[in-house]
Design a protein around this ligand. Structure first.
Ligand code: FES
Ligand code: FE2
Length: 339
């Protein structure tokens, strides 16, 4: 069962090019997105009310979207403004419009009751063109239920194994140290120190060993907002093993969103980078390449896991202490589904 009253990431803003229509599906609901002359973006149901042809096969005419089956035309608010050969346009001739917000570089769409859409519920994220940062964006399509991808992000112990030669190589302690987990609005917060970390590659200049503070908020439906901050060795103890109060030597940013498309389809949006002062564009490329390789490692194992689950859907999994995050988050999702 899908949770409709929530914001979902539909696209990167740069994907929605002017003059084109874009088909997207979120929680099995087909949408058509397009830009308007004032550079706004609208999301309409991708179904013409006449004979149900997809409007994403239609044509933009200024701000109007014309269905290219029999020619009905719709304004950005979803009202029908033209029926070929017919003067009277009935009130019912309209397409559903979904509330939409752009925050940072993500296009968010509210899939439920429009009067419940609260834009304050959208978490702030860093825009890709923010000059204070250097970020690179990507995305991946998964043949898997979104909650399996959420489980992966809610339990980073997998870095030591699934990413043994990529992300886990940098900090092999991921599996052995449990993070501190606390509930936040619509999600969970995770925090932990890794001490005695030996930087590799271009990070070597930070010191022979450093202390690393990692924190992320994970919000419904799969928003992962992580900061990884590198400090001189000893900072973890000086901070009482709590959040550090000083500027890091190096500050990595990872912002990701999992969007359920259908029961076995999800889209994964991600941006990886640092403060602009931390690295040059060449090193950003290297950081991004390792990150992308790692995300393909996740995809491979999660899609294979999904197939195993589907062979015997009722079979119980073995609980361990690693599962605290995924278990807690699924309770939250169940509570949201129950309303
Ligand atoms: S189906 Fe769209 S105009 Fe007929
Ligand atoms: Fe991963």
């Amino acid at each position: 069962m899908w949770i409709r009253n929530a914001w979902y990431v539909a696209a990167w803003t740069h994907e929605i090019e002017p003059g084109r229509v874009h088909a997207r599906t979120i929680i099995d609901q087909p949408l058509v997105l397009h830009r308007t002359a004032d550079d706004g973006i609208v999301a309409l149901e991708d179904r013409c009310p006449h004979r149900f042809a997809p409007l994403s096969l239609g044509r933009l005419e200024g701000d109007g979207l014309r269905c290219m089956y029999h020619g009905l035309k719709f304004a950005p608010d979803g009202r029908c403004i033209e029926i070929p050969g017919q003067k009277l346009i009935p009130q019912s001739a309209c397409v559903r419009r979904f509330p939409l917000q752009v925050v940072g570089s993500w296009v968010w769409v509210w899939m439920g009751d429009a009067d419940k859409a609260d834009s304050a519920a959208i978490p702030p994220t860093i825009a890709l063109d923010d000059p204070a940062y250097r970020l690179q964006a990507g995305q991946l399509d998964y043949d898997a239920h979104y909650l399996l991808i959420d489980d992966n992000l809610l339990d980073l112990s997998h870095l030591s194994f699934a990413h043994e030669k990529t992300l886990g190589m940098d900090m092999p302690q991921w599996a052995d140290l449990r993070p501190r987990m606390s509930p936040i609005e619509r999600g969970l917060r995770f925090e932990r120190w890794h001490t005695g970390h030996r930087p590799r590659g271009f990070m070597k200049k930070l010191g022979e060993t450093v202390d690393v503070w990692t924190t992320y908020d994970f919000l419904f439906p799969g928003i992962f907002l992580q900061r990884t901050s590198f400090f001189p060795a000893g900072t973890a103890d000086q901070s009482g093993r709590k959040a550090p109060q000083r500027e890091p030597l190096f500050h990595r940013i990872d912002e990701q969103a999992v969007t359920p498309v259908g029961a076995r389809k999800s889209r994964y949006f991600y941006a990886a980078g640092t403060r602009a002062s931390d690295i040059d564009p060449d090193k950003l490329q290297r950081l991004y390449a390792v990150t992308t390789t790692a995300f393909h490692e996740d995809k491979r194992i999660i899609e294979a896991q999904q197939k195993m689950i589907d062979l015997e859907p009722g079979r119980a999994m073995l609980p361990t202490s690693l599962d605290a995050g995924p278990t807690q988050f699924r309770k939250l999702v169940e509570a949201m589904a129950a309303g």
